[in-house]
Write a protein that binds this ligand. Structure first.
Ligand code: SF4
Length: 296
C-alpha cells in the first residue's frame, strides 16, 4: 500500500503567522488571550492553552490583557473596544483577510452594492461584513438566494476559503440581474492550491483521510472535494482512525490536511496508518518525511 500526502497540506501562511505571533507573545508575557479560538483546530488551541494563552469570547474579560486577534479577523466595533480596554493588541489577522476587508469598504464607498460570497455565520465573514459601512453588505452562500433581487452596480468579494467554481456561479447569476458588476477574487491562493492538490491526490487514491478541525471550513471543503471523488474520512486526530478502513481493496491511501492543521497532528495520522497497514514502512518523526504525492 502507498500512503502519500497532498502537496501544500497543513498550515497556511496566515495561520503560521498567527501561531508564531502568539507563541512569541507568550515568551514575553503571561497575560495573553485570543479573541475566540486562534484557529479552528482544537488540538492547537489546547497546545496554546498549555503555554498560557487562553481563548476568551466575552469582551468584558479583556481589561489590561494582551489580546491577539486571530487570522480570521474581528468585527470592527470589537476591535475598537479592544483598543480602549486592552494593554496591547497583537493583530494576527491574515494580511489577505485584511485586504478583503479593505475591498469591502472601498467598493461600498465607490457606490457598489457589496455582495459577499460566503457563510454568513463564519467569523471571517462576520468580521468582513462589519467593515462595509452601514451594515449594507449582503452575504450569500448560494445563487438561489438572489431570487427576486435586481441591482444597478454590484461589487462582489468572497470569503477567502470558498471554491472558485462557487464564486463563478454566484457571479454568473448576479450578471443576469445587474447593470454593472465588479468582481474582486478574494479567494486565497493557499486555499485553491490546497484544494487542487487534494483533488489530484483523491483521483489517484482508493481512500482519502482529511485531517483537521471539524469546525474548520477549509478542512470541511477539502473533505467535500475529496468525498465527491473517493471514499473519504474527515478526522481531527489519529485516534479516530479504524483499522477496518484499510481492507485489501485499498492500495493507495491519500492524506490531506486543512490550513489550520498542525504538522504534528498530521505526523501522528501518518504513523497510525503505517501501524495499521503494517507494510514495513517505518514510522516518522518529522512532517517533512511524509511522502508527498507528485503527478507523474
Ligand atoms: S487560508 Fe489564506 S487567507 Fe486564510 S489565513 Fe490562510 S493564508 Fe490567510
Amino acid at each position: 500500500m502507498n500512503v502519500r500526502i497532498a502537496q501544500n497540506s497543513g498550515f497556511c501562511f496566515g495561520v503560521k503567522r498567527a501561531i508564531n505571533l502568539a507563541l512569541k507573545a507568550a515568551e514575553e508575557d503571561d497575560n495573553i488571550i485570543t479573541i475566540g479560538p486562534i484557529i479552528h483546530n482544537p488540538q492547537m488551541v489546547q497546545k496554546l492553552f498549555e503555554q498560557g494563552i487562553s481563548s476568551v469570547e466575552d469582551l468584558s474579560k479583556v481589561e489590561n490583557r494582551i489580546a491577539i486577534i486571530r487570522s480570521h479577523g474581528i468585527e470592527k466595533n470589537k476591535k475598537e473596544l479592544l483598543e480602549t480596554k486592552c494593554k496591547k493588541i497583537i493583530d494576527a489577522t491574515c494580511p489577505y483577510v485584511s485586504k478583503t476587508q479593505e475591498f469591502g469598504k472601498t467598493l461600498y464607498e465607490e457606490g457598489y452594492q457589496v455582495i459577499i460570497y460566503g457563510d454568513e455565520n463564519h467569523p471571517e465573514v462576520v468580521a468582513l461584513k462589519s467593515y462595509v459601512p452601514n451594515n449594507e453588505a449582503m452575504v450569500i452562500s448560494d445563487p438561489k438566494e438572489l431570487k427576486g433581487f435586481s441591482f444597478r452596480r454590484v461589487g462582489v468579494i468572497s470569503q477567502t476559503t470558498r471554491k472558485l467554481s462557487g464564486l463563478q456561479e454566484v457571479v454568473s447569476k448576479i450578471l443576469e440581474i445587474s447593470n454593472e458588476v465588479r468582481v474582486i477574487n478574494t479567494i486565497c491562493n493557499a486555499t485553491a492550491v490546497r484544494q487542487e492538490a487534494s483533488l489530484k491526490l483523491a483521483k489517484a487514491s482508493d481512500l482519502m483521510i482529511v485531517v483537521g478541525g471539524k469546525n474548520s471550513s477549509n478542512t470541511k471543503m477539502l473533505a467535500k472535494i475529496c468525498g465527491d471523488n473517493i471514499k473519504t474520512y474527515h478526522i481531527e486526530t489519529s485516534q479516530e482512525i479504524c483499522k477496518e478502513w484499510f481492507d485489501e481493496n485499498i492500495q493507495n491511501i491519500g492524506i490531506t490536511a486543512g490550513a489550520s492543521t498542525p504538522d504534528w497532528v498530521i505526523v501522528e495520522v501518518y504513523n497510525k496508518i503505517i501501524e495499521y497497514i503494517g507494510n514495513g514502512e517505518k514510522q516518522i518523526s518529522e512532517f517533512s518525511e511524509i511522502p508527498v504525492f507528485k503527478e507523474d
